[in-house]
Ligand binder design. Sequence first.
Ligand code: RFL
Ligand code: PHB
Length: 391
Amino acid sequence: MHVQVGIVGAGPAGLVLSQLLHRAGIESVIVESRSRAYCEGRIRAGVLEHGSVNLLNAAGLGERMMREGLVHRGIYLRFGGRSHHVDFTELTGKSIMVYGQHEVVKDAIAARLAAGGTILFEASDVSIERFDTAQPSIRFRDAGGNAQRLACDFIAGCDGFHGVCRPSVPAGVLTFYDRVYPFAWLGILADVPPVCEELIYSNSERGFALFSQRSPTVQRYYLQCTPDEDLGEWPDERIWHELQARLAGEDAPHLIEGVITQKGVTAMRSFVTEPMQFGRLFLAGDAAHIVPPTGAKGMNLALADVVALAHGLERYYRDHSMATLDVYSASVLGRVWKAERFSWWMTSMLHKFDDQNPFDRKLQLAELDYITSSHAGAQSLAENYVGFAMT
Ligand code: RFL
Ligand code: PHB
């Protein structure tokens, strides 16, 4: 088997890259370790930046998103028992879209398959080789257990943080920067109406809580918890009680309790790989960098990476020039580090830290007060949250 671009991973990065390449007349094959049902049911991110919405539309993946996605003009920051609105549309002229990552994945899988694209689900023993030469390849066992080799001109490593591509680069070539946070998020999906028309990020004495959405009848809520939290200790009643407590205050919105259909714990880390390329291997999305979810940036960064990578590959096949691919990493890392900074900052401002002393706590509240009372402060948050233009 030979294909122009071999893609490892059918998350947002791999799927949207495959779609962008297809529209540019470049063939790709995606090798994915999980089943289609697993990929389509994996609940993760929920917020699309303004530029991500435009990208999905331009790539022909936006039809259902425009029908079912929820357009939000801002968010609420809640602290000291009150909610404060940050109006992105007034501050930046832009809005965000709340649309589950698994819906983006479903739309992209459907589009690729409808166009005759190849996604090899349930591949095992995936490995990559010879990517320091002009003839790299991906080896794997297909869903039937048969050994396969996919020869390609380039490999896109879109296989997430725990994938095989990044660890396949020889030791000493890449530099890693990281930070692990001393807390995690317990996330739930519940069949209830929304607590508010927009998202609420709550800094409470009991720890952070986030009230997000999926649709008018399904909501996504998160509670700060410990990294080794035992879900067995979180029966539904305890979750509702804690969500109510972290929303309490003078103008507390009315939180409606109901059936919880999913629970999970997400670790929080910041991580960047430099450079994001080696030979003919290009890393994109979580395979190259991780942000804590407080800034809602992970999926958006993955999409921005593959736009740049697709440009580089288009130029290669059009002009036989590696010039754009050669600067792929340099061209995306500026955005990556801005998102790292923003996500770290949102995380630091909104969470409860065990080693926080009363002075640190006062500073946190002063920062929230500044952001919600100063036009410049609010504008800085808004500009970062709605996202920067994609190249
Ligand atoms: P993914 O989605 O992890 O996809 C990688 C794919 O590669 C497959 N894979 C392999 N395939 C073949 N061989 C192997 N050896 C393989 N190893 C792995 C995997 O099965 C998978 O299908 O990475 P990608 O495409 O880079 O996308 C990144 C996003 O998934 C991630 O950044 C976001 O979900 C992060 N994130 C958020 N991002 C946002 O932009 N906005 C948000 O609101 C937001 N909220 C979140 C989040 C992530 C969360 N969790 C659970 C980590 C909220 C949460 C709770
Ligand atoms: C989500 O809806 O899953 C979500 C929203 C905002 C975040 C993180 C996650 O910052």
